[in-house]
Structures are given as structure tokens and as C-alpha cells.
Design a protein around this ligand. Structure first.
Ligand SMILES: [Zn+2]
Length: 222
């Protein structure tokens, strides 16, 4: 039975907000589009590595969380019925972060210390979710340029904090029928983070980070 990897790309083209500022060079990141691009690339590569990798949302519009969970439950049920094991069923939800800071109108965003960096969340204390989270942190710390903080539960891993995922009560994580982690891939409202997210290098690195971390997690459970 192939391991089941469910990739969720948060939000849809009808979700309000969820985009970067329009930068002076005319570029803008739309979270729904960016996360769909990354999730499809990750899924494609995982299929090539022999996994049953699926996109939870193939629609462009936003799919309510309850519907996403129902879909995930059906796939997990099917996997279990066919003899698949629990540790080999995972859900990774891919997002870009945004801070709650709003720069005053007369302040250049570049002069403000806007939050920056990579982080990931789990719900509760499931050992496999914790391990998958750790693999993702490990790859983020290894592959992302050093200027981006790696925001762990107890501080920045660049300054020595252990690579441990944060905890959150997000609906998708709380109701996921399997091992689950949500990644927040840099801050789209930080000019430097956003430029990196929109670059080829950034897209490739973040795709690679997910593929390698998931593969490392799975190879320890085959
Ligand atoms: Zn999001």
C-alpha cells in the first residue's frame, strides 16, 4: 500500500485578503495561487518518488474547511481499508504568512521591522505529527537562506532554539484524520520575504523543502 500524502493549499481565489501588498515594481503575491503552484509541484515530485500524493483542493475557489476534512476522511478511510498504516497517512497544509502589523500610511514598509521567516504548526501532541514537523523544520533550516529566521516553539533556530514545531488550534489540524502539519512559508507582507517567495529560487527551494522532508519522514516509516 503506497503511503498517502494529502497536500492542502490554503484559501481560494474568493478568500478576502490573503495577498501581499502591491509592491512598487508592480509584483504581488496571491496566496491561493502561490500555494496551489507549490502544492502541485510538491505532489508531482512525490508521485515520481512513488507516493500516492493528492491535492486536497483542485478547485480554484475556496473550499470550506468542513468539506476539505470530509474529503480527507474519505481518502484516509479508503487507505485504512486497503491495509495502509496510520503513520503513512499525512496531510500537509501549505501557506504564506502575514503579520498583523500595518505600517502607518506615511512610513516606508522597508523602514519597519516587519516579521520575517519560516514556521510550522501542529495540533496536540501526536508523535508522528511532531516528527513530520521536525523533518520540515530541519529542511527549512538547511535549505532557506540564513537571513530568514526559523521560528520554532522556543525562538529562532538560527540562534540555537531546538527545531520544534509550534502548536495551534487551527481547524484543519484539529480535525485532520491523520498525521498533520501546517507550514507558513515566510511573510508575504515583508518585502524581502515576498521577493524571495516570488523568485524561481524561492519557489524551487520551498518545493524541495517539502518534498525532501516528507520523503525523509516516510523512509523512516516504511
Ligand atoms: Zn494562509
Amino acid at each position: 500500500m503506497l503511503p498517502l500524502i494529502i497536500l492542502d493549499n490554503g484559501h481560494g481565489n474568493n478568500t478576502p485578503g490573503k495577498c501581499s501588498p502591491l509592491w512598487p515594481d508592480g509584483t504581488q503575491l496571491l496566496e491561493w495561487q502561490w500555494t496551489r503552484d507549490i502544492a502541485s509541484d510538491v505532489a508531482e515530485r512525490l508521485v515520481l518518488l512513488g507516493y500516492d500524493a493528492r491535492l486536497l483542493v483542485t478547485e480554484k475557489r475556496d473550499l470550506p474547511l468542513t468539506v476539505r476534512i470530509r474529503r480527507a476522511r474519505e481518502w484516509v478511510y479508503e487507505h485504512r481499508q486497503r491495509g495502509g498504516i496510520a503513520a503513512q497517512r499525512i496531510l500537509v497544509s501549505i501557506h504564506t504568512n502575514a503579520s498583523t502589523l500595518t505600517p502607518p500610511a506615511d512610513t516606508a514598509p522597508s523602514s519597519l521591522q516587519m516579521p520575517s521567516g519560516w514556521e510550522a504548526f501542529i495540533h496536540g501532541s501526536d508523535a508522528n505529527s511532531l516528527e513530520l514537523g521536525r523533518e520540515l523544520y530541519l529542511k527549512a533550516a538547511e535549505l532557506l537562506p540564513r537571513r530568514f529566521p526559523i521560528r520554532t516553539r522556543s525562538g529562532n533556530a538560527r540562534s540555537g532554539a531546538p527545531l520544534c514545531p509550534k502548536r495551534a488550534e487551527f481547524y484543519l489540524l484539529a480535525y485532520a484524520p491523520c498525521v498533520a502539519v501546517l507550514t507558513e512559508n515566510l511573510f508575504m507582507d515583508n518585502a524581502d520575504d515576498c521577493r524571495y517567495l516570488l523568485s524561481d529560487e524561492g519557489r524551487q527551494t520551498i518545493t524541495k523543502l517539502h518534498v525532501q522532508a516528507i520523503h525523509n519522514y516516510m523512509t523512516k516509516r516504511l
